[in-house]
Write a protein that binds this ligand. Structure first.
Ligand code: CMP
Length: 329
């Protein structure tokens, strides 16, 4: 299979698996972003997964959906309209209006919530600092036996972590699952802004911790803005792509995914990329050395401290099919 076909097919399957109701037009727009802006021209599962994670967490998919829907209303089917309606109704987080709530917790609760955030899929891309901020923002909520916390088809988008009690997941009158302390529910709407896929009802009195979608996306958004700024400055200061204009640099920093590596991780820097650090740290690259924010690493290394940065493709396609290369390679 040709690379572009393979990328397109993978995007289609993966977005469907993640419950995005996208039409052909939006799929093609996402494919274009993936290849032209993110520079993924060879099939690379890891990079495409990261790209999907980014465009789903920063609302790009929903913006594309809404735009396509406006352009051609007749094309919209019912599910599509619902998804759009929901994306329009969901609260928009902007840096200027973002305020993270704070609810004090004791050490035992923090330990319990941290344990859940270590393993839960929705949280795997959060770094330790972001996890702590999210924990601080969680509001306690007690639920009475018989109360519906979530109603199937509903439009709210909080997620709940169970601290005590017992809950039932029900779809179309059928009980799908019982959930107890340490489980969470409501993550699908939190991540994908789609109507609730099932109802969740308390069987006995219980207590939950509520994760607001605005907190979840806001924490990532604020960090993303800072990270993008650091990478943009790093690329420009070091003149990494000599032929690039300011706009090109903006575009390159715009599409980056930011990764977090725990101390002791073997980090693979591929042939066609380099790794730019976001913050100072220590690595082992044939000997232990200190590294600085914006420094560029071109070889595999082991993180001695926790490390954050971006794997940046060293070839970027410019508009009109011109390429510019990282001359320092
Ligand atoms: P969400 O769709 O936001 O709201 C309903 C929640 O029920 C959903 O997120 C999941 O957390 C949960 N849920 C839906 N289907 C199942 C299932 N088959 N098994 C367990 N939990 C589910």
């Amino acid at each position: 299979m040709r690379n572009s076909n393979q990328i397109l097919e993978y995007l289609k399957v993966e977005l469907k698996r993640l419950n995005f109701n996208i039409n052909e037009k939006v799929l093609m727009a996402i494919f274009k972003l993936c290849t032209e802006r993110a520079g993924i021209i060879v099939f690379d599962k890891e990079k495409i997964d990261q790209f999907i994670n980014d465009i789903s967490s920063d609302e790009t998919i929903f913006q594309l959906q809404a735009e396509a829907d406006e352009e051609n209303d007749e094309e919209s089917d019912e599910t599509w309209k619902v998804a759009r309606r929901n994306s329009v109704y969901s609260e928009v987080v902007r840096p200027e209006n973002f305020q993270l709530p704070y609810y004090q917790k004791d050490d035992e609760t923090i330990k319990f919530l941290l344990g859940i955030l270590q393993h839960g899929i929705p949280f795997e891309f959060l770094n330790p600092d972001q996890k702590m901020k999210l924990i601080n923002s969680m509001e306690p909520r007690t639920i009475k036996a018989g109360e519906y916390v979530i109603k199937e088809g509903g439009y709210e988008n909080q997620m709940y972590i169970i601290d005590s009690g017992e809950f039932e997941v029900v779809r179309g009158g059928t009980v799908l699952r019982r959930l107890i302390k340490g489980s969470y529910f409501g993550e699908i709407a939190l991540l994908h802004n789609i109507p609730r896929t099932a109802s969740v009802k308390a069987i006995v009195d219980g207590k939950t911790w509520v994760v607001e979608q605005t907190s979840f996306t806001g924490i990532k958004m604020i960090d993303r803005i800072c990270n993008k700024k650091i990478i943009l400055e790093g690329l420009k200061e070091q003149n990494i792509f000599p032929n690039a204009t300011d706009k090109d640099y903006e575009q390159i920093s715009d599409v980056q995914s930011f990764v977090y590596y725990k101390a002791g991780t073997n980090v693979n820097v591929k042939d066609r990329e380099f790794f730019m650090l976001l913050y100072d740290g220590e690595i082992d690259m044939n000997g232990i050395k200190s590294v600085k924010s914006k420094e560029v690493l071109r070889n595999n290394f082991v993180s001695i401290t926790d490390i954050q940065g971006a794997h940046i493709y060293n070839i970027h396609r410019k508009c009109k099919s011109k390429f510019f290369l990282d001359s320092k390679k």
